[in-house]
Design a protein around this ligand. Structure first.
Ligand SMILES: [Zn+2]
Length: 364
């Protein structure tokens, strides 16, 4: 982790980046708000991957703040001042808040209540801070008809901008026909769905292999869960069935874009495993679908981001920080310092792509 001094030093060296004084009160914000200007225009930097939690809902699902990865600073509005100060320091103007699914094991009424409480709370935070937050709805995907109701309510009643879901649901892939009604409604509403892996997916299924040093359940398990989830949506033809879905994949889409070429070769190498044509009956080559999905930029290195952009296109990328988990504090510099991106592409990644997807105005 780089120190604040290193961060400031690095940031100051980049063209078009400025720290400006902040007139808002509060010691936590006195150090100033970082602003990013590209092509003479102040960017509204949007982070599509930021977490929150609602303790009273979590308790219904057997979770507790302060235990495991349930950090106290996930709770808003209790830690709002600190979050805004951190966003200001990092040059993040807006966060799209999501709550990681932990309620997929719960029965219908409990799941209904958990999501209801969370959606109300997130809506409240967004309404009070409309220039800093939007949010994705929580939905009880294990009860698809309920999830559809919650999605519609979330968007229409609470002004939430889409839904956040896990990479699998109690052992079921997101491509399972059980979820077709959900995807159909998502497509009809035209809202994005943010897919974030959870520990109850692949990390649980291969738990034995992910033990020991290195926090492998997270560093390998999470991107693996996303890789499997996206692969099923592609290979089980969910994306053919619902071609207008706007799916945002956390952590740069896991491992999938970094080894995309193999996805195209499987059916060609072993045609018997893929009845129905060169790609097992899919309408196009598997890697072509990667270009219609969206991804956050959480791949840590400029070379990683350059490669992701080369595989999927800069129109599909948006800033992700994973706040408040301290994986990275230089998400903005990560985009600004990536070789080969034009200013227009950087602006799209920092602001335009997410603004369009989440319905955020970029007018000053
Ligand atoms: Zn995350």
């Amino acid at each position: 982790m780089s120190s604040r001094r290193e961060f400031l030093g690095k940031a100051a060296g980049l063209a078009g980046v400025a720290f400006v004084g902040c007139s808002l009160a509060g010691a936590a914000r006195a150090q100033g708000r970082r602003t990013v200007t590209l092509r003479g225009r102040r960017m509204k930097v949007i982070d599509v991957h930021a977490h929150a939690a609602v303790p009273e809902a979590m308790e219904l699902g057997g979770q507790k703040i302060g235990v495991g990865t349930n950090r106290p600073d996930l709770v808003l509005p209790a830690t709002l001042a600190q979050r805004l100060a951190d966003m200001d320091a990092q040059g993040i103007d807006m966060e799209a808040l999501s709550i990681n699914a932990y309620w997929y094991h719960t029965e219908r009424e409990v799941a209904k209540k958990i999501c209801q409480i969370q959606n109300e709370k997130l809506a409240e935070i967004c309404a009070k801070n409309p220039d800093r937050f939007v949010a994705y709805a929580s939905v009880a995907l294990q009860h698809p008809d309920l999830a559809v109701e919650q999605l519609v309510d979330g968007v229409r009643k609470y002004n939430l901008r889409g839904a956040a879901i896990g990479g699998s649901v109690e052992g079921l892939e997101l491509s399972n026909p059980k979820f077709h009604a959900f995807w159909a409604r998502v497509e009809e509403l035209g809202v994005p769905v943010f897919i974030h892996p959870q520990g109850t997916g692949a990390p649980k299924e291969i738990k034995q292999r992910l033990q020991g040093n290195g926090r492998l359940d997270n560093v390998i398990g999470y991107p693996l869960e996303t890789t499997i989830a996206l692969s099923h949506l592609i290979f089980d033809a969910t994306l053919d069935r619902f071609p207008r879905l706007k799916i945002i994949a956390a952590h740069g889409g896991g491992f999938l874009p970094s080894y995309a070429g193999r996805s195209d070769r499987g059916c060609i190498t072993v045609p018997a495993a893929c009845p129905g044509g060169p790609h097992g009956g899919l309408k196009k080559a598997p890697t072509e679908y990667l270009k219609q999905l969206f991804y956050d930029t959480m791949v840590f290195t400029p070379e990683g981001l350059r490669h992701l952009a080369a595989e999927v296109g800069t129109s599909q990328l948006m800033v992700g920080t994973d706040y408040p988990f301290p994986w990275v504090k230089t998400a903005v510099d990560h985009v600004l310092s990536t070789q080969g991106l034009s200013d227009a592409e950087k602006a799209a990644i920092l602001e335009g792509n997410a603004a369009k997807l989440l319905g955020i105005s970029t007018q000053a």
